[in-house]
Design a protein around this ligand. Structure first.
Ligand SMILES: *Cc1c(COP(=O)(O)O)cnc(C)c1O
Ligand code: SF4
Length: 367
């Protein structure tokens, strides 16, 4: 990590989230100061400087990375590589068809009872596999409240919607007054039962989580926090503190992990991650097949790999630590849960089930 030399007299310290954002690594030159880059990374960073998904890495997140090893699971998530220039069959610019399902500016509705509100396009770290690489870091920053008015009006007019996912970008990169205004608007819509804040801040910017922020998040009566840890190395003392603070303030925390080739696509890594999360009172919710975002094929696994991994974990890892394996299907057709398939065969009221110990028959009661 770069030496945190403060040049502005009132510049806060690295333990302040604003310092982390202000000192984020955003250029190839800054990246070369902290990491020994491979050619593929150097070319990738040069490309990211010029166009597309920008480069940004907080000094904190960079401090978790290996200085010399390009295969490091932290580096692979945040350092661009030249493979991002490669497009393969099946790659999509907007893999979940969010633009086609936009019902008001910044509001996506793909399900009957929930909706997705994109309140900013900024993140502290840009993940190289991001589903929204088409728009994050491009398009104006935090959305002014006036620009979100039509989305609030749509939500207020649709009583079937009971759950709003607030995402972006990363909503927690916004300041408290803005978050407060959004949560108060949502709290004023009587049919909303839950608000979910989808954020990587506990992973990439844990300094952001403080008591004042937690109080703002509680302005909606049932705010859930959805985090995004992908590797056990991200479970640092700082992120552990951030998670404890959220939970101690009464905010339930769930985690969505993206399955990533060469980063977490093995049973031992996932087991350590999921057990580490539950030991911090965080419930692993989804293990997500990586979306077919253009230029991310080097980070993705075949669909079968996730099923194989779940088969390896099933029965061997506590149920509270096991997430559902989910694929968010292309073009916005919706999420589906995948196996492992437990039913081997069914005949005459006898169902043969495959458990982690082997096959066994289950006999139905007489009809
Ligand atoms: C993923 C997603 C949700 C939330 O889905 P859950 O399965 O309830 O977690 C809601 N809206 C959109 C548009 C989504 O992509
Ligand atoms: S934090 Fe989320 S929105 Fe931001 S770059 Fe990472 S995956 Fe994309």
């Amino acid at each position: 990590m770069r030496a945190p030399i403060s040049i502005i007299p009132d510049d806060p310290s690295p333990s302040d989230w604003r310092w982390q954002v202000r000192h984020a690594i955003t250029t190839l030159a800054e990246l070369e100061e902290v990491l020994v880059l491979s050619d593929a990374e150097r070319e990738g960073a040069r490309r990211a400087e010029a166009a597309g998904l920008p480069l940004s890495i907080t000094p904190y997140y960079a401090s978790l990375a290996s200085r010399t090893d390009p295969a490091c699971p932290i580096r692979r998530q945040c350092v661009p590589r030249i493979e991002e220039a490669t497009e393969v069959e099946g790659d999509l610019r907007d893999p979940l068809g969010e633009e086609a399902h936009t019902v008001a500016p910044h509001l996506v509705s793909r399900y009957p009872d929930r909706a997705l509100l994109l309140v900013t396009d900024r993140c502290s770290v840009y993940c190289r596999f991001c589903t929204r690489s088409r728009m994050v870091g491009q398009d104006g920053g935090a959305r002014p409240l006036a620009e979100l008015e039509p989305a609030f009006a749509w939500l207020a007019a649709h009583e079937a919607i009971t759950d709003v996912v607030v995402s972006g970008g990363d909503p927690l990169i916004m300041n408290e007054p803005r978050l407060e205004a959004i949560l108060k608007q949502l709290a004023g819509i009587p049919h909303l039962g839950t608000v979910r804040i989808a954020t990587r801040a506990p992973v990439t910017l844990p300094q952001r989580i403080d008591a004042a922020l937690c109080r703002v998040l509680r302005l909606f009566p049932a705010t859930w926090v959805m985090t995004h840890f992908n590797h056990p190395r991200e479970l640092s003392p700082e992120s552990t503190r951030a998670l404890a603070m959220l939970i101690d303030h009464g905010l339930p925390v769930m985690n969505q992990t993206v399955l990533l080739r060469g980063i977490n696509d093995d049973a031992a890594t996932l087991t350590a991650l999921f057990k580490g999360l539950v030991a911090r009172r965080v419930r692993p919710y989804y293990l997500l097949q990586a979306d077919p975002v253009r230029g991310t094929s080097h980070l993705r696994t075949p669909l079968r790999r996730g099923v194989e991994l779940m088969r390896e974990l099933q029965g061997r890892v506590s149920g509270i630590a096991l997430p559902k394996l989910v694929v968010d299907t292309p073009h916005g057709m919706g999420k589906v849960a995948l196996g492992p398939e437990a039913i081997v065969r069914e005949a005459d009221g006898v169902t043969t089930l495959r458990t982690f110990r082997g096959e066994v028959d289950y006999v139905d009661p007489p009809r």
